[in-house]
Design a binder for this molecule. Sequence first.
Ligand code: 2AM
Ligand code: CA
Ligand code: CA
Ligand code: CA
Length: 263
Amino acid sequence: MDLQKINEFAIKLIYDAGEQIRESFSKELIIETKTDANDLVTNIDCQIEQFFVKKIKELDPSHKIMGEEGLGDKIVTLDGPIWIIDPIDGTMNFIKQHRNFMITVGFFVDGVGKLGYLYDVMRNELIYAIRGEGAYIDHHPIRKLEPLTIEEAIIGINSSWVIQNGKINHEKIANLIRTVRGTRSYGSAAMEIALVVTGKLDAYLSMRLAPWDIGGGMVIAQEVGAVATNLKGEPFNLLSNDTFLIANPSIHQKLLDEFIELK
Ligand code: 2AM
Ligand code: CA
Ligand code: CA
Ligand code: CA
C-alpha cells in the first residue's frame, strides 16, 4: 500500500470538501436534530460525508468507511483499511458561528493509525501526519512538544463535565481547574486536539467522544509525542464511544493519577 499516494489523495479530498463547506454559506442550510434538541446535523454534514464515501470507494472499493452520519459502512471490526471520518466536527459552531469547526479524517489499517488529518476549514489550516514520518502544519514540520508542569498548563475542558454528572470525582476536577494556569472550551474535539498537538493547549479531556472525533488526531498525536488514551489510561476504543484524554507527555500520567477518578 502506497501511503504517500493515499496521503496526496486525502489532502486533495479534504481541501475540496473544505471549499464545498465554505461555499455552502451562501446556500440554504437544513438543520435537523439527532438524539436530543442540542444534537444537530445539517444537509452539509451529510453532503460532505457522502463526498468522502464516493471518492474513497472510487479509489478502492475494498476500503471501509466509518463516518459520523452513517453513510459509509457498518464497522464491526478494525480489520483491513478503514477511513474514520467526521465531515464537520463542531456542527453547532458551524451553524451558529460559521467558524471553529473542523474536518477530521484518520486512515487505519488493521487498527493501526497510518494517516491523520485535522483541517480548520475557515482558517484554511491543515495539520496532517504520516505514521513514522512526522506531523505537519501547512506542510511545515511540527516540533515535538516541550515538557511543562501542570501549574503551567492550559487545558481544554467542556464546562458540562464540571457540573455534577455522577461519572467523575468532581472534587478532583475542581482541584485541577484551580491548579492549572487556565482552561478553554472550543466546542470541537478535533480543534482542541489540533491545539494540543501544536502546543497551544497542553491537555484536553472529555467524558464522551466517538471514534470519528479523535481517529485522525490520534495519528498526529503519536507523531508529536502527545499521549492520547481514555480516562482510565487505556487505549481509546475505536469501535464505541469512550472517555478521552490527550496531553503533553510530561503531564499525561500525573493528570490521570492526581486529578481524574471515574466513578
Ligand atoms: P460534532 O460536532 O461532530 O457532533 C462538542 O463539545 C464536541 O463533542 C464536538 O466535537 C462534537 O462533535 C462532539 N459531540 C457532540 N455530541 C456528541 C456525542 N453524543 N457523542 C460524542 N461526541 C459528541
Ligand atoms: Ca454530530
Ligand atoms: Ca464530532
Ligand atoms: Ca460531526
